[in-house]
Design a protein around this ligand. Structure first.
Ligand SMILES: Nc1ncnc2c1ncn2[C@@H]1O[C@H](COP(=O)(O)OP(=O)(O)O)[C@@H](O)[C@H]1O
Ligand SMILES: [Mg+2]
Length: 236
């Protein structure tokens, strides 16, 4: 594969939290540009820890984004390539208004204010929340908060979208709406989730984590139809 066809390269990534819990052990995989990959695994398998390495919130050895190592020195460039949507929107939304929440990252990049306004409007339209600029995320439903959190990342126009449990705490209709939105957005997507139906619907590839290591990597229709395998890894 040519280097520029590779969106994410992770080679031998290990990580322990300061209290000594081993979260990732020798994790290696590659994600091609335009690929949509689902990461599944029981609670504590290491999904969120892995995602935090993709935009440099955690910095480990062996992570490159379109050929660029994820290091402190490259953090700004990495974050212009990789947008991370947290599982809990309250971790992403902290401003008095939705407008300011979405504008926050753009203003940090010193993007001119008229362009900021345009991007806020556009990203709200994309997530189906046109006109929510003056609202406060604090008072919105979980489903709406999740979509605003996604809008903050879409406004940054990153090539790679990384989502942690995008459908958790949503009702069936909310889950359908997020699935449709992610399908429509396209691009390179990494989705950590317990929602196997979402992976079946959207992903061409699934990676299964267990106790910080990869135990399967392949086509959802093969891996997710293996009932004995799913049970063995606490996925059903
Ligand atoms: N902030 C933290 N401090 C210490 N240990 C943590 C922290 N976050 C996660 N862990 C531990 O790291 C491992 C992986 O957790 P996590 O990445 O959250 O898994 P998942 O997202 O698959 O549920 C677990 O053993 C978890 O207890
Ligand atoms: Mg998690």
């Amino acid at each position: 594969m040519t280097a520029d066809a590779v969106a994410i390269q992770v080679t031998g990534l290990s990580y322990s939290y300061p209290d000594g819990s081993k979260a990732l052990q020798e994790v290696s995989f590659q994600v091609k540009r335009g690929e949509r990959v689902g990461f599944v695994g029981a609670n504590g398998a290491g999904k969120s820890t892995l995602l935090l390495h993709l935009n440099g919130i955690l910095q480990g050895k062996g992570v490159t984004i379109v050929g660029m190592a994820v290091t402190k020195a490259n953090l700004k460039s990495v974050r212009q390539k990789v947008g991370l949507v947290f599982q809990n929107p309250d971790d992403q939304l902290f401003c008095p208004t939705v407008f300011e929440d979405i504008a926050f990252g753009l203003r940090n990049l010193r993007i001119p204010e008229d362009e900021v306004g345009r991007r806020v409007r556009e990203s709200l339209r994309t997530v189906g929340l046109e006109g929510f600029e003056k609202r406060s995320a604090f008072h919105l439903s979980v489903g709406q908060k999740k979509r605003i959190a996604l809008a903050t990342v879409l406004a940054m126009q990153c090539d790679i979208l990384v989502l942690d449990e995008p459908t958790s705490n949503l009702d069936p209709r909310g889950r359908r709406e997020i699935a449709a939105l992610l399908e429509q957005l396209g691009g390179t997507q990494v989705i950590a989730t317990h929602d196997l139906a979402l992976v079946r619907k959207l992903c061409s590839r699934v990676i299964v984590l267990r106790e910080g290591g990869i135990v399967a990597d392949g086509e959802p229709r093969t891996i997710l139809n293996d009932e004995a395998f799913l049970r063995a890894h606490d996925l059903s």
